[in-house]
Design a protein around this ligand. Structure first.
Ligand SMILES: O=C([O-])CC(=O)C(=O)O
Ligand SMILES: [Mg+2]
Length: 224
């Protein structure tokens, strides 16, 4: 039998929407000087933000403070529109680890001026993505440990148990606003401990016992 034209194991090649949740861990909201939100904060990345191991992560030319945010990514398996919390998990095909690469200085400027976060969050290579983990390998997405090492040193670690809004709550809430499709992804927010990385740094991140990935940071140079 021919392989499916759009295998979920390579969702980054054809999935369309990357819906990101911000401040979904109270401690990260606080370290950003924000109060934990009473409903999920949403923003988007384009599909061109995906980058796979083997290619570098760019620090944009306008950025001095690039923060990698390790996050559990939920991959949808079919069209998901206004689903209830009780039904939501039936729409999940699997998971991945993504880095929500953030130009923190650009974000600070956007926040101060009341502007959207596009320059801070949506640039090329702003979504490094691991291999796909089928849902059968994850008994409970709220019992996972996320980690990030920079140049071999542990930089950030957190438990998905500490999310403010659970995976079914996020799917239900988002799907009432944005119709999701097979291969689309929800990034569920980062635990606390974010810090800047520099050109040539080696990033390694993963979900304990499930998946890991490596990337090198390069400086974007216009015209190069
Ligand atoms: O940039 C931020 O602080 C918001 C965000 O993406 C997160 O909490 O994961
Ligand atoms: Mg994030």
């Amino acid at each position: 039998m021919a392989a499916p034209a759009r295998p979920l194991s390579r969702f980054w090649e054809w999935g369309r929407s990357i819906v990101c949740v911000g401040r979904n861990y109270a401690e990260h909201a606080r370290e950003m000087g924000e109060t934990p939100p009473c409903r999920p904060l949403l923003f988007l990345k384009p599909a061109s933000a995906y980058v796979r191991p083997g290619s570098p992560v760019q620090r944009p030319y306008y950025c001095q403070r690039l923060h990698p945010e390790p996050e559990l990514a939920v991959v949808l398996g079919r069209r998901t529109r206004a689903v209830s919390r009780d039904d939501a998990m039936r729409y999940v095909a699997g998971y991945a680890l993504c880095l929500d690469m953030t130009a923190r200085d650009a974000q600070d400027t956007c926040k101060a001026r009341g502007l959207p976060w596009t320059l801070a969050k949506s640039f090329d290579t702003s979504c490094p993505v691991s291999d796909f983990v089928p849902k059968e390998r994850v008994a409970d997405p709220h019992r996972l440990r996320l980690w990030l090492k920079v140049n071999g040193q542990l930089r950030q670690e957190g438990d998905t148990a500490d999310m403010l809004f659970s995976v079914p709550e996020l799917i239900s809430y988002i799907s009432e606003i944005i119709t999701l499709h097979e291969g689309d992804v929800i990034l569920t927010g980062t635990p606390p401990g974010v810090a800047a990385v520099e050109e040539h740094d080696e990033l390694e991140a993963g979900i304990h016992g499930l998946v890991s990935m490596r990337f090198t940071v390069v400086q974007q140079r216009l015209g190069a």
